[in-house]
Design a protein around this ligand. Structure first.
Ligand code: ADP
Ligand SMILES: O=P(O)(O)O[C@H]1O[C@H](CO)[C@@H](O[C@H]2O[C@H](CO)[C@@H](O)[C@H](O)[C@H]2O)[C@H](O)[C@H]1O
Length: 482
């Protein structure tokens, strides 16, 4: 992704006039990752006019902007880059009022109104048109693998997401990445590799677009078949809990599906056996993440020794020659990333990995139990969102999931108990920071896991004390969130 502002007819000078509007709008987006630190300015990476505004309709402006925040310097850490799609018109129709970003007062767009383009079906349709015809517009390159029908009506998904997704005619879903990193996004790279390997558990990308080319080319959006009529595992688990039902057969089948995806990934992409140093580094990295998380969320402090013990066990195993097989993994597997079709088959989506981690780290081969740990945490999350809490519900799911995984892969994740525990701990710590940043009301869920995981194995944690400070009000320091 080139840092030189490039344009397809859109004037570079437009950013100063847009900046005051973006300052007010961007930090309030769900997908804005820099929450907690004020935004002080923007730098333009690229501006591409996909459609000029005219008397017949609005224009569509594609921007990549780098966000300046305190503590960032152009050389060491230049700030996060975001993809924005702006509608440009003279007067916003009332039905698009919720999409308003503001009225521009100076520069080349003076007097025009800018708004969230993806909320406007005309502009969302135009984006699909671009994907239907491969080619280059300014720095943007559009690719497709199959012919895509035209005239599919768009709708924006209103899910709480790290990105923005549009569904076209219930046939395709386009995921538009918001925070942009140089290099191929694993959410394109892995599904493409799985499709080539013939793995049907993952919807195959049919089109995508990127900025730039070569190893630095950044994936901006991916179009894939929409699994109409499917329900995600999170909704299904909550429904089961509400009906007082077990989720054991579903969890078992999901374990099998996960194992199939892992097997296909290991066949399609390189696997490695971690050297002793790398195995030790796994534990060191977990410990470092715990330190950073504790800085950000001081409520973790009392649990640090207990949590660190899980990482030290892994470090000691590595020291004594213990080692693990590593391969490309999903990286952020949870119930919301599993879709179940009406005939009971599970598919897995969203291979982006944890959005807060650097892309290079997310693309590194890792032990597959890392994904297993993610899903185990998710059963725990589901159980905690239901009252009264039934920890045995989650325990039964966890066992069934591991059993399904073992059946399909021939490798039982429970046999790697120390690593599994370390990854579960690492994930719970990640979740504490994630919830503190995005959903403070949920913080109590990973904090309950932290409490459980910090107790030595075999020793039951103290029962929760009524009125204890494990609520959404748990203290955290947003300015120290990594
Ligand atoms: N292929 C698909 N078919 C049906 N629904 C999908 C598909 N891909 C994603 N979704 C829906 O879109 C939501 C968001 O997709 P996801 O890739 O998880 O985005 P994000 O990374 O922004 O969270 C999912 O929770 C799911 O409900
Ligand atoms: O789906 P994303 O890629 O945006 O993942 C992020 O958001 C998830 C929440 O939407 C978050 O998942 C956590 O909450 C889930 C319940 O909403 C739960 O099932 C997961 O186990 C839990 O980790 C995920 O961590 C975050 O990266």
């Amino acid at each position: 992704m080139s840092e030189t502002a490039s344009t397809a007819r859109a004037p570079v000078a437009l950013l100063p006039s847009l900046a005051p509007l973006l300052l007010a709008w961007l930090p309030r987006r769900r997908w804005f990752a820099g929450k907690g630190k004020p935004v002080t300015g923007f730098a333009l990476v690229s501006a591409t006019e996909l459609l000029p505004p005219g008397p017949a309709g609005p224009g569509l402006l594609h921007l990549l902007v780098r966000v300046q925040q305190p503590g960032l310097t152009a050389s060491a850490s230049p700030g996060d880059c975001y993809q924005l799609l702006l509608g440009v018109c003279d007067a916003l129709p009332p039905r698009l009022a919720p999409a308003l970003i503001g009225r521009v007062t100076g520069g080349p767009l003076a007097g025009r109104t800018v708004y969230e383009a993806l909320q406007d079906p005309r502009l969302a349709a135009l984006l699909l048109e671009r994907l239907r015809s491969p080619g280059t517009i300014g720095p943007l390159r559009f690719h497709r693998t199959v012919a895509i029908p035209d005239g599919l009506p768009p709708r924006v998904l209103d899910a709480e997401q790290s990105n923005t997704s549009l569904v076209y005619g219930d046939a395709y879903i386009l995921k538009i990445f918001r925070r942009i990193h140089p290099g191929a996004n694993p959410d394109l790279e892995l599904p493409l590799a799985l499709a080539r390997a013939g793995c049907a558990r993952v919807p195959a990308p049919v089109a995508w677009y990127e900025a730039g080319s070569g190893p630095d080319g950044a994936t901006l959006g991916v179009l894939q078949p929409y699994l109409r009529g499917s329900q995600d595992g999170w909704q299904l688990a909550l429904e089961a809990l509400a009906a007082g039902r077990d989720f054991v057969p579903e969890a078992h089948a999901l374990g099998r599906a996960t194992a199939e995806v892992h097997t296909a990934l290991a066949e399609a992409l390189p696997t490695v056996r971690l050297a002793r140093r790398q195995a030790r580094e796994l534990a060191v990295a977990m410990s470092r993440r715990l330190d950073a998380a504790t800085q950000a969320v001081p409520a973790l402090m009392p649990y640090v020794p207990g949590l660190r013990a899980a990482f030290e066990t892994v470090a000691a195993l590595a020291e004594n020659g213990g080692t693990w097989r590593a391969q490309r993994v999903h990286g952020d597997l949870h119930l919301g990333q599993a879709l179940r079709s009406a005939d009971g088959e599970w598919s897995v989506i969203d291979f982006e990995g944890e959005p807060t981690k650097p892309l290079a780290e997310r693309r590194r081969p890792q032990p597959p139990v890392r994904d297993v740990a993610g899903m185990l945490r998710s059963f725990d999350y589901a159980a905690h969102s239901h009252h009264p809490l039934d920890p045995r519900w989650a325990e039964r799911c966890r066992e069934a999931y591991c059993a399904g995984y073992a059946e399909a892969s021939g490798r039982d994740p429970r046999a790697e108990a120390a690593l599994l525990r370390a990854y579960e701990t690492d994930k719970a710590v990640y979740e504490v920071v994630y919830e503190a940043r995005h959903r403070p009301d949920w913080l109590r869920v990973p904090m309950a896991a932290v409490e459980r995981l910090a107790a030595p194995p075999g020793v039951a944690p103290l029962p929760p004390v009524a009125g204890r400070a494990l609520t959404g009000r748990t203290r955290y320091s947003p300015d120290r969130l990594p």
